[in-house]
Design a protein around this ligand. Structure first.
Ligand SMILES: CCCCCCCCCCCCC/C=C/C(=O)SCCNC(=O)CCNC(=O)[C@H](O)C(C)(C)COP(=O)(O)OP(=O)(O)OC[C@H]1O[C@@H](n2cnc3c(N)ncnc32)[C@H](O)[C@@H]1OP(=O)(O)O
Ligand SMILES: Cc1cc2nc3c(=O)[nH]c(=O)nc-3n(C[C@H](O)[C@H](O)[C@H](O)COP(=O)(O)OP(=O)(O)OC[C@H]3O[C@@H](n4cnc5c(N)ncnc54)[C@H](O)[C@@H]3O)c2cc1C
Length: 670
């Protein structure tokens, strides 16, 4: 064992072997030197010399203690956020991922304030008029009020139009009356709602002048600001233990004819006048779904960040961990030397990069579309919706699978909560479901793709992200296979186009047999999901490859080389994963696939010496990683032992339950 201050010798050797400039890669991941400096400044201020603030690990506390502890830390963190961090970033950037990431030094699970910052505030910004923002935003940003986002109900999450909570306008009092008519209409799942929030955004069916106008958002005070008691007419509580998110106090909420002022309807996109007249302001009916689009965009970034944490832990651990012998009597190798281990992990590093660059590109697209919409142009919204839907679905799903793979790579110790891998997994697994389930979102993208295919067929201009359909439409033959990054990307576009074309054909054939469009669509949905996934993969491959080329133009040769190897690994990995599709839609042969397999194995060998350098380049501070297995110094076994000392079960040599249960049980006769 190494002494306390030493860095594990294997990690020292790994860092010696690394042949590229780690800082250069960090700058690329951060999006430039300036961003790295800004990130470090934010981390220095937020962490202020270590922010864990826990004597007992969160996982050793009971549910109530965990919640109380999370709330205590949330207040500490929120004070730093509003007093110091907002000054650095500016109020308009309060939701910057960098700020969000420093929160991980405080919470292993989730902050009860997460939904306040992640959805309540953004909804006020996106759905309120300027006048309403003037009322609510300062209070929300200053956290004089704390909010949640209550859309999902016990009976409906996906199908928003099916929500049952009603908001009926009463022109006599100029109020809306909120009502939960059934058990299934109870709001369910909203984070921060169960114990913490005193306000929340409620999505409800709007009735005025005897007519229903569909779902609209309202801002509702649910608890007394002084006593925190639920207001009369409000039934609110916590929904119970979950796979993760246990400190986020996800809640339920019911209304018994609860009245709110007319101005609490969020009126940017639609209004109800004093006399009850309904006025539609927005030119697109789905602008009320704006917060969801925003969060879906941010979740691609979250997928990358959480995966970068998991793979940093797993690669460092794999450099420290030694197991088995390659030849009888030889020294035990680092488990990172096994090609099967490299196969588990290097794709995770590449995936984290791919998602980070895709997230940056998506964020840029989002801001451009927002700017256009402010000018009154809503033409690009459907494309943004299609993009954010599939990228959210695929990135969260892949990230969850990769994090689980990182856990497998850490053997038994990866199963310890103190490794942080179970927390990371449960957090990311939830992102596959919330903010739109995986399948449901891919089907949204499929709707867009089918329309784009029909446009290509009619020789109409299609939008940039589906422009490849024009090209593929004209080629009836299989695409010629070439083994190059560009060749792989082109082949993935051919797969996507082939699958979309087949879906359209099958829908049409089913209609010919007498089915109506809805049934024909339904019968084709398995293929439609697959087509949308293929489209999404072609976009990720394209973005990753082209963005990495652009970003490394002025990099040093070794940085160019290692990032080229990693990008190629990603392309080849997916070509191998989808070899069946390649055989179906391109001229690839079995021999070509054998060559790809060999290339993949060679890439593992080339990347191996730089593996630890590559995860060091994520530049994740130990306070943020919070893992016994993944710290920079590699003191894995010492940290596991130290953690054991913090376990309350070990505070006494004999547990009191021995006298109570075990001893009488052992002494009892059968
Ligand atoms: C310190 C900083 C902190 C930062 C923190 C960052 C992290 C943030 C973490 C936040 C944690 C979040 C926790 C979780 C929260 C939640 O889950 S909130 C609830 C989310 N719920 C959903 O996502 C529900 C999913 N369902 C839907 O989105 C929709 O119901 C549906 C599936 C899309 C169908 O909607 P419906 O109204 O029935 O649509 P249709 O009538 O069928 O019409 C479809 C047409 O509408 C278009 N469309 C649909 N959605 C949008 C959209 N958002 N934008 C634009 N257009 C949209 C769609 O394309 C169809 O168009 P056409 O094909 O032209 O008809
Ligand atoms: C940790 C967590 C936090 C959450 N936080 C919030 C929050 O703060 N606020 C909030 O309002 N909500 C929140 N939610 C709720 C979340 O948004 C929903 O759970 C999610 O949108 C999925 O909806 P559902 O639960 O109704 O699933 P369902 O729609 O019932 O899905 C169940 C299955 O049916 C399938 N399915 C459903 N519809 C279709 C379809 N049309 N076509 C094909 N398959 C379909 C799905 O693919 C899925 O496999 C949270 C959820 C979780 C897990």
């Amino acid at each position: 064992m190494s002494s306390k201050k030493e860095i594990n010798e294997d990690l020292v050797n790994e860092r010696r072997k690394c042949n590229f400039n780690i800082q250069e890669v960090t700058h690329i991941i951060d999006g430039g030197v300036e961003n790295t400096l800004q990130r470090k400044k934010i981390e220095d201020v937020a962490l202020n010399g270590g922010a864990s603030l826990d004597d007992v690990p969160e996982e050793c506390m009971n549910l109530r203690e965990r919640y109380e502890n999370a709330l205590r830390k949330s207040c500490v963190y929120a004070n730093i956020l509003r007093n110091e961090l907002l000054e650095i970033t500016g109020i308009e950037n309060f939701g910057t991922p960098v700020i969000r990431r420093t929160g991980d030094a405080f919470f292993k699970d989730i902050s009860p304030f997460m939904l306040h910052l992640g959805m309540f505030v953004p909804t006020i910004m996106g759905q309120c008029t300027a006048e309403q923002q003037g009322i609510w935003l300062p209070k929300a940003l200053d956290m004089q009020i704390i909010g949640a986002y209550a859309q999902t109900e016990l009976g409906h999450g996906t199908f928003i139009r099916g929500l049952e909570t009603t908001a009926t306008y009463d022109p006599k009092t100029k109020e809306f009356i909120l009502y939960s008519p059934t058990i299934t209409s109870y709001k369910w799942w909203a984070g921060g709602l169960g114990r913490t929030a005193n306000h929340c955004i409620v999505v409800a069916q709007l009735y005025t002048q005897g007519k229903c106008h569909g779902v609209h958002p309202f801002i509702v005070q649910i608890r007394d600001l002084d006593t925190h008691m639920p207001l009369p007419g409000i039934k609110v509580g916590e929904i119970g233990p979950r796979m993760g998110f246990n400190t986020a106090d996800n809640g339920f909420l019911g209304f018994n004819h609860f009245r709110i002022p007319r101005m609490n309807m969020m009126m940017k996109n639609a209004q109800v006048l004093e006399d009850g007249t309904y006025v539609k302001v927005a030119r697109h009916g789905k602008l009320t779904y704006g917060t969801m689009v925003f969060v879906r965009v941010t979740l691609v970034n979250e997928a990358s960040f959480n995966l970068s944490k998991a793979v940093t832990i797993a690669v460092r651990y794999s450099a420290v961990r030694r197991q088995s012998e390659l030849r009888p009597g030889s020294a035990e190798p680092q488990i990172l030397d096994y090609p099967t281990q490299q196969h588990k992990l290097f794709i995770c590093i590449a995936t984290a990069h791919a998602f980070q660059l895709t997230a940056n590109w998506l964020w840029h697209t989002f801001t451009v579309v927002q700017a256009e919409m402010r000018k009154g142009n809503i033409d690009t919204l459907p494309e943004l919706h299609a993009l954010s839907s599939c990228l959210k679905a695929v990135s969260t799903s892949d990230a969850a699978a990769c994090i689980e793979q990182c856990r497998f790579a850490c053997g038994g110790h990866g199963y310890m909560m103190s490794s942080n891998l179970p927390y990371l997994y449960s957090f990311v697994a939830a992102t596959r479901t919330y903010e739109g389930d995986y399948t449901v979102l891919l089907l949204q993208t499929a709707r867009y793709l089918v329309k784009a295919w029909e446009q290509a067929e009619a020789k109409k201009i299609v939008t940039p992200t589906v422009a490849y359909l024009n090209r593929c439409f004209d080629t009836n033959e299989k695409v010629a296979w070439t083994n190059s990054p560009e060749g792989i990307i082109k082949s993935f576009q051919a797969i996507a186009a082939g699958k979309i074309s087949l879906c359209v054909k099958n829908i049409r054939q089913r209609i010919k047999t007498g089915m109506d469009y809805e049934d024909a669509w339904l019968m084709t949905t398995v293929q439609l999901v697959s087509a949308a996934e293929a489209h999404c993969r072609s976009m990720i491959l394209d973005t990753y490859w082209n963005e990495m080329q652009r970003l490394t133009k002025t990099s040093s040769d070794n940085v160019k080389m290692v990032l080229y190897q990693l990008t190629t690994l990603y392309l080849v990995y997916w070509a191998l994963e989808k070899s069946g599709d390649l055989l179906r839609y391109t001229s690839i042969t079995e021999g070509d696939i054998d060559l790809l397999q060999k290339e993949y194995e060679d890439l593992l060998v080339k990347i191996r010496p730089n593996a630890v350098g590559l995860v060091d380049a994520f530049d994740l501070r130990d306070e943020i990683l919070r893992s016994t297995l993944g710290s920079y110094d590699g003191r894995v076994y010492e940290r596991l032992m130290e953690e054991v000392q913090k376990n309350p079960l070990n505070k006494v040599p004999v547990d009191p339950s021995f006298q109570k249960y075990l001893k009488p049980f052992m002494k009892s006769k059968i």
